[in-house]
Design a protein around this ligand. Structure first.
Ligand code: A2P
Length: 277
């Protein structure tokens, strides 16, 4: 159902995925994963930090979903950055997930200096086949430039906060120019951008919800996006965005809603980076 994107390493990734942040107990997990899988989601996004990798892995077992039918992302948390700790933590994640590999492994946050060692571990994990693709999360342009000075291969995905109140145009342009797929976390601004009047007007015109309008905007921008919900009707709604399209004017209206407003943390821009660049 979701479009497939081809990553710079040649692997394919569904453009739309399912976010598992704050989906915790096994029953809620199973219900959410079941609903999402039935509605056609194939990408499932977790992280060490979410503390739910074991529940994610168990859900696929309980629901009899075969490994080759899904695309699984996890992220190495700040606490596990560094060469050996990253490797050990990924092996631990795989155990919890009951999997031999993840499809996409991300550095969760840019931590100065540490991400060079973490990245070396990622290149190694990819060689060993424990991660099919490797990328980063919450990296700003300066972090990517810094990483490029030492990396043997560059990230193929950069997952960042992205929604109509934080459109990140310069970063999107940089990612695109460097063959890095941008992936939106909190594509719906954690639900906080759903009542914007301009979006309600567009939604009414198309007979869709504002959530569907926002996801369609992500789709037409060519970025990957991973909405989260624990409600089956919303999970379904968020996958039902392939039967209409936004006009260039409507896209522009949504682009114009940017307020540089983050719902989450600001990625660090330390003296060290500023000094280097
Ligand atoms: P819930 O899980 O209770 O459905 P994001 O993906 O940007 O982080 O946003 C997720 C938030 O938005 C969650 O709080 C989720 O709540 C809510 N949400 C997800 N999809 C929809 C939808 N279609 N309509 C309204 N709220 C939604």
């Amino acid at each position: 159902q979701s479009n497939m994107l081809t990553l710079a390493d040649g692997n394919q990734m569904p453009q739309e995925g399912f976010g598992l942040y704050k989906v915790d107990d096994q029953e809620t997990m199973n219900n959410a994963v079941r609903a999402a899988y039935e509605d056609g989601y194939r990408l499932f996004d977790t992280a060490q930090l979410y503390g739910n990798e074991a529940e994610v892995g168990q859900a696929f077992k309980d629901l009899n979903i075969s490994r080759e039918n899904i695309f699984v992302t996890t992220k190495v948390s700040e606490a596990n950055q560094g060469y050996q700790s990253a490797i050990d933590s990924v092996k631990e994640s795989l155990k919890k997930l009951q999997m031999d590999y993840v499809d996409l492994l991300l550095v969760h946050w840019p931590i100065q200096r540490a991400f060079f060692d973490t990245w070396r571990a990622f290149e190694e994990l990819k060689k060993e086949g424990l991660a099919k693709s490797i990328g980063v999360s919450n990296f700003q342009i300066i972090h990517l430039q810094y990483l490029a000075t030492k990396a043997n291969e560059m990230p193929v995905v950069n997952q960042v906060e992205l929604h109509p109140r934080l459109t990140q145009k310069p970063l999107l342009k940089y990612n695109e120019e460097h063959h890095i797929v941008t992936q939106a976390w909190s594509p719906l601004g954690r639900g906080a951008v759903l009542n914007i009047p301009e979006l309600e007007t567009i939604a009414e015109k198309h007979g869709k919800s504002t959530a569907q309008i926002i996801l369609r905007w992500h789709l037409q921008n060519g970025v990957s996006f991973i909405p989260k919900s624990v409600h089956p009707e919303r999970i379904q709604q968020n996958a039902d965005i392939y039967d209409f399209s936004l006009s260039p004017e409507e896209m522009k209206t949504i682009d114009g809603l940017n307020q540089y407003a983050r719902t989450g943390r600001e990625p660090e821009l330390t003296y060290e980076y500023n000094h280097q660049y």
